[in-house]
Design a protein around this ligand. Sequence first.
Ligand code: HEC
Ligand code: HEC
Length: 248
Amino acid sequence: MRRIIISTAAVLMMAIVPSVVMASAAAYPKGDGDLANGKKIFTEGKGTVPACNSCHGPEGLGDDNMGTPRIAGQFYTFLHKQLEDFASDKRTDTTMFIMNANAKGLTEQDRKDVATYLASLRKKGDTKTSNLEELKAAGITVGETHKGKSLVYWGGNDKGIPACYSCHGFNGMGAPPIFPMIGQQRYVYLVNQLKKWRDGSRANDPKGAMQAVARKMSDEDINNAAAYLTTTSFYSDGNLHTAYDPAH
Ligand code: HEC
Ligand code: HEC
């Protein structure tokens, strides 16, 4: 009996130790800004800058009607880069023409604070964003998830489209500090951005990496990849945690 208890403990130790090491090697960048100020900006805005939740939804999960992205639970490093890129006009918001003004209306510290707050909203477990059936019913063209899955996992070999997985991580859960979470992102936003990378109206990607990918994609490829990514899970069968689950 005693031997059984000891060996169970040993197995448990072996299971725990590597996962702790892995989690620290791929830490979730959460930022070190002021959470309280970040939350205030998100819910109340500041000066001429409207509250972020008025467009990005009460929980920051985006809105397909407005074409806004989910910003809650994205990596700090990526959110912060986007806000800096809007502030310096490296990236142009061609959807509502307001993110550039919003970013410029905040101080450098405010941008850090709000990015820190948004990153702090990452939760364990999958998050639902777009509902593909509702989008179809509203007349929006929706791609096929099984074809999208193939693109995300293996790419489009015949056209040289690389697997999204290779940069954005398993099912697009992100690979910090550079590659954003694109899984569980809003469908309409994903489609819009892929088209913007393709026609060059968004060009703030390091070394043009994303533009090169999107230029190889047809409208169908874009719709398919977006449909799969929106509805995907970050947990493979039997896997109860991901490298970027928050500790709490
Ligand atoms: C009037 C609506 C509106 C308001 C208010 C707004 N946003 Fe946005 N935001 C957008 C739209 C639209 C986009 C997508 C732009 C595009 O298509 O390129 C966006 C994009 C972003 C992105 C890029 C996300 C990504 O995944 O690349 C960030 C970050 C962001 N907003 C943060 C904020 C913050 C922080 C606030 C509050 C200070 C805010 N937004 C307020 C409409 C808004
Ligand atoms: C060679 C690496 C690489 C590959 C492969 C790649 N991406 Fe990206 N992707 C990036 C980088 C880097 C960014 C961040 C650019 C930035 O800083 O704004 C990005 C950003 C994006 C964004 C914008 C996210 C946001 O929130 O604004 C989308 C959408 C996207 N990728 C979709 C895809 C899809 C779909 C695939 C597969 C067909 C793919 N990517 C394959 C490197 C890659």
